[in-house]
Design a protein around this ligand. Structure first.
Ligand code: G6P
Length: 642
């Protein structure tokens, strides 16, 4: 939520600030602004809407100055407007803020009583006036000003402050929301919300810890880092490895399209990093609790990452006999979960590693004494740093707000975790583990095949996208491992097409949602030809006989079986048959395999293939509807507020 940047160099910074804001735009895009100092005075440009609007303003009214700060906003307090856009400034200083100041109302009254006038409706503006009042009291003693002001702010913040009379200094502070600082070798110093914003600018980077604040100069040796107690801390930077090239969209129309199509190669990267080529087994770091001692795994996450946790629940319970509970982080943190440290492990799944609710849920686990595992894409994130063990998902930079490759790489990492757990706990034989690893190794190739088919003009698929693009409501159904993918499919289409969609366990339809069914509510059924297929098919008959339009995603055998059963399908989309790829055709004969049988390797593979299908479906429907695929309204990719 909100991206902030600060920089000082030897030349004009406005262009670099704008580029950095473009890299931060995934964090919020309802307004943006920047300010610079030149010849002792602060100038500011702001605009409502996306960075492109700010760029237009700047081309009309350029900003001079070798030092500046910038902000891209996701509104919390105060509507998106130029007035509420950051930086907030007066003739002495300018600030940019990411987070929420929870006690802003009390502080605002106090400041108004002192004669300060507020120009915006934001919570952030109190910081500007508190700092100004403190500077008046303490003169140039900035450490004293920080000691005075920062403890008064309740809630969360990452701040960058620029002073009109100091072209050699920026102040940054972090409490909750992320903030990094960096340097180049030519006398440039930088603050930014993430490493990506500093890519192409800084060579070296350091991440502020909670409570830290820093005085940034143009070089590392004269910059200072302080802890929450105002004591000087050692400033230790490390090379910034992320390249600004990682940000490019190439020839793709959208980042989401690029990120969907990258999956075959990214899955290959994950497997190369995760599988030990000698023993052909997943390589995992040592856990705080040995697999054989884990009775319960507590998983917490938000959004798409939560659905990855739900898939892992099916896998871990069936394959490794570990009891798993999965909680929305925003719920877990305010419940009183019963957590036993002796035989339980906690896991937090997060692409960004910065989602505030997930971070706080992780801290709750830690306070209860549980060992913690982070499944994260951003390896230097807060969640990664605060966990005992990190399982990096290796998705690479994901910019599209709707998660795609980050989700499937979470699944791949969790599949490796489940296979290792099953083997080490003695529930998976060596030969089954061999089959499992071979199956995972097939996934990149299957992904290519699947994407080629979906994008190759399959008439049924095109018809399905047309039907959905005209719908107001859609139901996604799945059973077993396909149920979380139905939830994810519904989330994807809601996020980027603004179509109301719900994911349901197919067997639950008759307990309420079936009342919604008529010929205006298309039903997207995710039904691989697996142990649940015949049950799902019965549920689809129940829907179809009430006038529901069924769009079936299944394999060739599943579609044939459905048609033989006489069901009326609006469209049937054939997805790759994982069983035939592994020559396991006989393993799942619908109707012959009992639902009480253990999950097999095909149940590990199907979520990957069906995830691709729901991603492409949501993307293509959004294109038909003409919505903003990468930056859907009201959303942001990194949610660092509660
Ligand atoms: C936001 C994003 C989702 C993401 C969720 C959790 O809502 O729009 O795509 O799944 O946050 O993010 P995380 O970074 O913790 O995985």
């Amino acid at each position: 939520m909100c991206g902030i940047i600060g920089m000082m160099g030897n030349g004009s910074v406005a262009g670099s600030l704008l580029d950095a804001l473009r890299r931060l735009e995934y964090r919020g895009y309802d307004s943006a602004g920047m300010a610079t100092v030149s010849e002792g005075s602060i100038s500011r440009r702001r605009s409502e809407g996306k960075i492109v609007n700010l760029a237009n303003v700047l081309s009309q009214e350029p900003l001079a100055g070798n030092i500046g700060i910038g902000h891209t906003r996701w509104a919390t307090h105060g509507v998106p407007s130029e007035k509420n856009a950051h930086p907030h400034s007066n003739d002495r200083l300018a600030i940019v803020h990411n987070g929420i100041i929870e006690n802003f109302a009390v502080l605002k009254r106090e400041l108004q009583d002192q004669g300060f006038c507020f120009e915006s409706d934001t919570d952030s503006e109190v910081i500007l006036h508190l700092l100004t009042a403190s500077l008046t009291r303490h003169g140039e003693d900035i450490p004293r000003v920080c000691a005075d002001v920062l403890p008064r702010l309740r809630g969360m913040f990452a701040l960058v402050v620029m002073f009109a009379d100091r072209e050699d200094l920026l102040l940054g502070a972090r409490h909750g929301s992320p903030l990094a600082l960096g340097f180049d070798s030519d006398g440039g110093g930088y603050f930014g919300s993430d490493a990506l914003s500093l890519s192409g600018l800084a060579d070296r980077i350091a991440y502020l810890q909670d409570g830290d604040w820093a005085l940034l100069s143009r070089d590392e040796s004269s910059s200072r880092l302080y802890g929450g107690d105002n004591d000087l801390k050692e400033l230790r930077t490390e090379p910034l490895t992320i390249s600004s090239g990682a940000f490019g969209k190439g020839n793709y129309r959208h980042f989401m399209e690029k990120e969907i199509l990258e999956q075959p190669s990214v899955w290959g990267d994950v497997l190369a990093a995760r599988l030990d080529p000698q023993v052909r087994r997943p390589r995992l770091p040592r856990l705080p609790l040995a697999f054989r001692d884990i009775r319960t795994l507590h998983i917490t996450a938000c959004g798409t990452a939560y659905y990855a946790g739900l898939v892992a629940k099916y896998w871990l319970e069936a394959l490794a006999k570990i009891s798993v509970d999965v909680d929305f982080a925003s719920e877990l943190r305010y419940r009183s979960p019963v957590l036993r440290r002796d035989d339980s492990l906690a896991m937090c799944i997060s692409q960004s590693g910065e989602t505030m609710d997930s971070l706080e849920a992780l801290r709750l686990y830690k306070r209860s004494g549980l060992g913690t595992v982070a499944v994260v894409n951003v390896e230097h994130s807060s969640i990664a740093r605060e966990s005992d063990v990190v399982l990096a998902t290796h998705a690479g930079v994901e910019i599209g707000v709707a998660s795609t490759k980050a989700f499937t790489t979470q699944l791949l990492t969790l599949a490796c975790f489940a296979i290792t757990a099953a083997s080490e706990r003695g529930y998976m034989s060596d030969s089954d583990a061999d089959t499992a690893v071979s199956a995972l190794s097939c996934l990149p190739g299957l992904a290519s095949q699947c994407l080629t088919n979906l994008l190759g003009g399959d008439e049924n698929f095109l018809h399905a996208t047309q039907v959905l693009s005209h719908a107001k409501d859609v139901l996604y159904l799945g059973r077993g491992v396909s149920y979380p993918i139905a939830l994810e499919g519904a989330l994807k289409i809601k996020e980027i097409s603004y179509i109301h969609a719900e994911g349901y366990a197919a067997g639950e339809m008759k307990h309420g949602p079936i009342a919604l069914v008529d010929d205006t509510v298309p039903i997207v059924a995710l039904a691989p030809y697996d142990r649940w297929f015949s049950k799902t098919l019965s549920n689809l008959h129940e829907v179809s006989s009430r006038g529901g339009d069924v769009i079936l995603f299944s394999s060739k055998r599943g579609i044939a079986h459905a048609k033989e059963s006489g069901i009326d399908l609006r469209a049937s989309i054939e997805l790759v048959d994982c069983a035939s790829v592994l020559c396991l055709e006989d393993t799942y004969l619908a109707g012959e395999i009992g639902v009480d049988k253990d999950l097999g390797i095909l149940d590990v593979m199907h979520p990957f293939i069906y995830s691709l299908a729901v991603q492409v479906l949501a993307h293509d429907v959004a294109i038909l509807k003409g919505t903003d695929v990468d930056q859907p309204r009201n959303l942001a990719k990194s949610v660092t507020v509660e």
